[in-house]
Design a protein around this ligand. Structure first.
Ligand SMILES: Cc1cc2nc3c(=O)[nH]c(=O)nc-3n(C[C@H](O)[C@H](O)[C@H](O)COP(=O)(O)O)c2cc1C
Length: 221
């Protein structure tokens, strides 16, 4: 099949507006924090749908879009996920995690109990697809982690921009998610995003407000 290039409809902004827009985005995104205490309030499907559509617009290796998003609202499924995640987290905190890792986690004050998995109105399980299946034919995907990482970043940015809060959660290993969510074996859980609104008295670890400076995170040549 021959693919004809499309004319790119690029929206041009005056330079001043570009500066303002970059500042505006930074001011919004810098207020994002991971929260671990969620209100039970409902979130409209359309908001989650738009965020997933935004994530689905991410660049990906050879445009193979190697991702799948499972939106979980069902209470029973959330409960099953909490039970399995806590099993893994108990092993992690009790004997699996190297001392250095536990030391790095200390300022967060996290523990194996994950109430938020049942409290939060929405969980989004993000799966990476090592390969895709088309009529039972395996199609190899490229740069899977990079692509799914970028899509997840866009998903988080969209949800934050829309006024929601989140936690990126990674109980390790997460393969119980395939079983509970009935996902095929070509998919591997990437992260579990917990989405909702913070409880009124919700706190966040103070140390994470310390962001590296522009000099630390960038080199300009
Ligand atoms: C890939 C990834 C995995 C994470 N896994 C967990 C997790 O399992 N549990 C948790 O409480 N926080 C988890 N976090 C959240 C980080 O602890 C948090 O992003 C970091 O401390 C910075 O804080 P902030 O998100 O509020 O800026 C994870 C973050 C990322 C990016």
């Amino acid at each position: 099949m021959k693919y004809q290039p499309l004319k790119f409809n690029f929206k041009r902004y005056p330079s001043k507006e570009i500066n303002e827009k970059s500042k505006e985005f930074y001011e919004i995104i810098k207020t994002r924090r991971s929260i671990r205490s969620f209100k039970k309030s409902k979130i409209k499907d359309i908001v989650i749908k738009n965020a997933i559509l935004a994530a689905g617009s991410a660049p990906s290796g050879a445009n193979l879009q190697p991702w799948h998003f499972v939106v979980i609202k069902d209470k029973l499924i959330k409960k099953k996920i909490k039970i399995e995640a806590e099993k893994e987290e108990i092993k992690f905190y009790n004997y699996k995690a190297p001392k250095e890792w536990l030391k790095a986690l200390k300022p967060l004050g996290t523990n194996p109990h994950k109430e938020f998995l049942e409290e939060a109105p929405i969980l989004i399980a993000i799966f990476e697809q090592k390969f895709s299946l088309n009529n039972n034919i395996k199609i190899k995907n490229y740069y899977v982690k990079e692509s799914v990482g970028i899509a997840t970043g866009i998903l988080i940015s969209s949800l934050h921009y829309s006024g929601l809060s989140m936690l990126t959660h990674t109980p390790s290993p997460m393969n119980f998610l395939n079983r509970i969510l009935n996902r095929p074996s070509n998919e591997k859980p990437f992260v579990l995003l917990i989405v909702g609104m913070p409880k009124k008295n919700c706190t966040v670890p103070s140390y994470a407000t310390l962001r590296k400076s522009i000099e630390q995170i960038s080199t300009w040549i």
